[in-house]
Ligand binder design. Structure first.
Ligand code: ADP
Ligand code: ADP
Length: 220
């Protein structure tokens, strides 16, 4: 039962080949890790899956839909944390969570507030006066709200200190217990290793290996 499937998915920015014939399969109910150094093409791959970028060649299917044809349906079934989440600067944390909970068809303010509390985020502050880490926590509280079948997190632990990172990884594990599928990208092997059922490595736009955690450690 696949929730994401790409076939020879390729993306060029002008002449630059950012993603080269990528074949990826994510199964329903698993935590899937996308590991690769900065610039490997992780965000490009994720944006293609959500229909935010046009495919150069090849194809993909996400929650049973083609994002090139029906990006609205894909986004309804996917909660997405962008790597560069930009949040409205004039809003207070609490107002912002309420706003996003109303925007998404599966929005759930209570869940977002629980996440904010778990991450010890002060919601009375305006985004403009939040640190980078606080903004990341707020973006996480937004994305963990709607209970979509699929959750895609682009570098969810960026800008967070180790304790909070651990908390985020625990949140990811909780989602799997709820029967959701999680795909998340990271350039930190230890995070992927602690959390994921399977992992794919991206290097300069090429998917170099798909392994289970067990296979990964048998080779070293
Ligand atoms: P990652 O998420 O793994 O850090 P990205 O997908 O953001 O990688 O980027 C992959 C490569 O594509 C990088 O070399 C980046 O500079 C390039 N790139 C990303 N977006 C664009 C764009 N809009 N135009 C041109 N090059 C881009
Ligand atoms: P850094 O200076 O990069 O934060 P650390 O020694 O704090 O280095 O952590 C090394 C790596 O181990 C980090 O990149 C982080 O992803 C991971 N890590 C550390 N603590 C935890 C934790 N409690 N839970 C999950 N991952 C952790």
């Amino acid at each position: 039962d696949l929730i994401v499937r790409t076939r020879d998915l390729t993306k060029r920015y002008g002449n630059f080949l950012a993603l080269d014939r990528c074949n990826l399969e994510v199964r329903a109910g698993e935590i899937f890790g996308l590991l690769g150094p900065n610039g490997a093409g992780k965000s490009t791959l994720i944006r293609l899956l959500l229909g935010y970028l046009h495919v150069t060649s090849g194809s993909c299917e996400v929650v049973g839909k083609n994002p090139e044809i029906d990006s609205v349906a894909v986004r309804r079934g996917v909660a997405y944390l962008p790597g560069d989440a930009r949040l409205p600067r004039h809003m207070r944390g609490d107002g912002l969570l309420k706003f996003f909970a109303q925007m998404h068809p599966l929005g759930d303010l209570k869940r977002s507030l629980e996440v904010a509390e778990r991450l010890e985020l002060d919601l009375s502050r305006r985004v403009a006066f939040m640190s980078t880490g606080m903004r990341q926590k707020l973006a996480l509280a937004v994305v963990f709200g709607p209970r979509t079948p699929l959750l895609i997190l682009d570098e969810p632990t960026a800008n967070l200190d180790p304790t909070v990172r651990g908390e985020v990884l625990n949140l990811v594990l909780t989602q799997r217990d709820e029967g959701r599928t999680v795909m998340f990208s990271s350039h930190v092997l230890s995070e992927i290793e602690q959390t994921c059922d399977r992992v794919a490595f991206l290097r300069r736009g090429e998917l170099v290996r798909r392994l289970t955690m067990q296979e990964l450690f048998q080779r070293h």
